[in-house]
Design a protein around this ligand. Structure first.
Ligand code: FES
Length: 359
């Protein structure tokens, strides 16, 4: 069975960004491959009797600048993970993480973008912004909303970047103490000149909702709007995959039809899954009630995953034949679903044969 793919990162430095936000800089440059806008999932002490919990924090660093990996964490009232990290993260401490994941990533670095961030939602946006400026040719407009000037994370870095790239980066600060809440109609006025651009939104839900409504009202299509969403995870991501009756699962190379016998209950027959991954084709028995990811890992197939809770999209694959149902989906939208995309960690079989591709 494949082992959980955890990594250990050592904190090199803790930076006080604002009164309630800290950046954790990790040793090495960079330790793990990642894309601009992706996040790390951290293993943290549990709450309410749970031994561990998991929390996702976006990388504020860029994989294109040569800088070390960095995440930025902001305290929130009752926020178990962020408060624990702000209290316990010190240089030399070691943290366990899953590989970088997430789909809040630009398709390239040469496409003009509109970026909308609120509070600590600046972190993945900062990664995208620095990547585009360093390696790409695109122009960027960032609308960055905060309660007050003292709450602005990366204020000096943003000012320096606008000075270094005056023709390519425009930063519009929105301070609620001066301008009030960023309501839809007022955002529409600010964003109108850039509504035709691909947009990336990250921040409090009311801000993202208002920005999305404003941009849709200006004619932006859904495909051009990207929102980052985070969810509290239980910590299952750091456990072993659920047990699957190994006698029920087989795997074979391309072209073979050697599925194992089903271990499902007699009235719930399992399925056969034909899975294309990394140039090979595996045919496995997929017990009903077992997530596809667990069946693949139990069969020795090195399928990708991160959170295992339907919240990161690292396990995204596509149905070519047959039907599945998902028990949880926090990341794929209606367009993705219509195109046949599913989350392997949440998918159960509905038909006797299912064809899947990861390409
Ligand atoms: Fe995160 Fe499946 S592993 S959604």
């Amino acid at each position: 069975m494949a082992e959980p793919r955890t990594h250990r990162l050592v904190i090199a430095e803790v930076i006080e960004e604002t009164a309630d936000a800290r950046s954790l800089v990790f040793e090495g440059t960079p330790q793990l491959p990642y894309e601009p806008g992706q996040f790390l999932t951290f293993k943290l002490p549990g709450t309410q009797g749970q031994p561990v919990t998991a929390r996702c924090y976006s990388l504020a660093s860029s994989p294109h600048t040569g800088e070390p990996m960095k995440v930025t964490v902001k305290r929130v009232p009752g926020g178990h993970g962020s408060n624990w990290l702000c209290d316990h993260a010190v240089p030399g401490a070691e943290l366990e993480v899953l590989p970088p994941a997430g789909t809040f990533t630009p398709p390239g670095l040469d496409t003009d973008l509109l970026l909308v961030a609120g509070g600590s939602g600046i972190t993945p946006v900062m990664s995208i912004l620095k990547s585009v400026l360093t390696r790409g040719r695109a122009r960027l407009v960032l609308l960055y909303a905060n309660r007050s000037e003292s709450a602005v994370i990366f204020r000096d870095e943003l000012r320096e970047l606008t000075e270094d790239y005056p023709d390519r980066l425009q930063v519009v600060h929105w301070l609620e103490t001066l301008q009030g809440l960023p309501a839809t109609d007022r955002l529409a006025t600010e964003l109108a000149p850039y509504a035709g651009r691909v947009a990336y939104l990250c921040g409090p839900k009311p801000l993202m909702d208002a920005a999305e409504v404003a941009l849709r009202g200006l004619g932006a299509t859904r495909e051009r709007l990207h929102r980052e969403r985070f969810f509290s995870l239980s910590g299952a991501a750091f456990g072993a995959p659920a047990a699957v009756d190994s006698s029920a699962v087989g795997s074979s190379g391309a072209g073979s039809s050697g599925a194992g016998s089903s271990g499902s209950a007699p009235d719930e027959p399992g399925s056969t899954a034909r899975v294309e991954l990394d140039g090979a084709t595996h045919e496995i028995t997929w017990p009903s009630g077992t997530p596809l990811l667990d069946a693949l890992l139990a069969a020795g197939v090195d399928a990708p995953y991160s959170c295992r809770e339907g919240a990161c999209a690292a396990c995204t694959c596509r149905v070519l034949e047959g039907e599945v149902k998902m028990t949880r989906n926090e990341v794929l939208d209606d367009v993705d679903l219509a195109d046949g995309y599913i989350l392997a960690c949440q998918s159960l079989p509905l038909t006797p044969r299912v064809g899947i591709t990861y390409s």
